[in-house]
Design a protein. Structure first.
Length: 303
């Protein structure tokens, strides 16, 4: 059974079609990335998954429990870290987490609360009122609240936006551990290096539609490829290699060329052809494409 099943979900706000037939299946135990530019529909989709918003049509289920007709059971299986810093200013960190436990019917949860606070470096702030915390510490409390009932599915909506490097490292160490223990993790982030390092599979949204869906490695390998950058000391680029040039203005300058390749095995034939043409190479670098290259390419191609 899938951890999250999203079937043909549509949502409109007035003239804006926020989601336009989104379908996704996220398997149990995946670390799944949901990427897209601002306004792509990511937060709307997460709100519908969390049961905080209703789709105009389509269906969402968490471990088989429909988020509308079986909301209580679906919500119990889900932990959501929202973008916004939402907190109750009248309680300490420990009191906040105890109350959150109570919402899920957990009465004796202090051992797990202590463990969560430890892993998020909140132990020293346990008796501090939440209104006295820094923005980064408040973000940690939000994460702790989402994890307090040990949900099998964890959804993180821009969890490291505007926070320091220390929190990012602390958070990802703990979340990665939970993922290894079998928890499903869904992440939205504008930090594409985070998504590339953490996510096994990625969906990209644009204008409310899924425009790419594949494993992270396959997206990088198949869509963007790599780049061979060669600087020529003598000679000119042979005509048959010019279609590989990524930047047309390089053909005008005529000395340094960025050639698109999809496989490392393509490098040797290129070098052979350059030698045959009498070209002397002054410098050569091989650049592996990354998720940012893929993202820019897909968002630029999809209209």
């Amino acid at each position: 059974m899938a951890a999250i099943s999203i079937s043909n979900v549509k949502k409109r706000y007035g003239a804006l079609q926020a989601l336009d037939g989104v379908s996704l299946t996220i398997e149990q135990g995946e670390f799944f990335g949901l990427l897209g530019p601002n306004g792509a529909g990511k937060t709307t989709l997460i709100s519908i998954v969390a049961g905080l918003n209703r789709a105009d049509s389509g269906a969402v289920a968490i471990h088989g429990h429909d988020t509308v007709t079986d909301y209580r059971n679906a919500r119990r299986l889900l932990g959501v870290v929202p973008q916004e810093l939402v907190f109750d200013p009248f309680f300490t960190v420990r009191e906040t987490l105890r109350m959150q436990s109570g919402y899920f019917g957990l009465k004796k949860n202090d051992d797990w609360i202590d463990e969560v606070m430890h892993h998020l470096d909140l132990t020293g702030k346990a008796e501090t009122n939440t209104r006295a915390l820094s923005g980064g510490m408040k973000r940690r409390v939000l994460v702790a609240q989402a994890l307090v009932h040990k949900p099998p599915v964890i959804v993180l909506d821009e969890p490291t936006a505007g926070v320091d490097v220390e929190l990012r490292q602390t958070l990802w160490k703990f979340i990665s551990r939970l993922n290894r223990e079998g928890h499903t993790v869904v992440l939205t982030t504008h930090y594409l290096e985070e998504a590339q390092a953490l996510c096994n599979r990625i969906a990209m949204l644009k204008s409310g539609k899924v425009v790419a869906l594949d494993s992270t490695s396959a997206l990088i390998r198949r869509i963007s490829g790599s780049q061979l950058v060669v600087s020529l000391e003598q000679g000119t680029l042979p005509e048959e290699l010019k279609p590989l040039v990524s930047h047309p203005d390089e053909l005008v300058s005529g000395h340094k060329f960025t050639l698109r390749i999809t496989d490392y095995r393509e490098v040797e034939p290129i070098l052979v052809r350059l030698r045959e043409a009498g070209v002397v190479i002054g410098d050569m670098q091989l650049h592996q494409a990354d998720l940012e290259d893929v993202f820019i390419q897909i968002m630029g191609n999809e209209k």
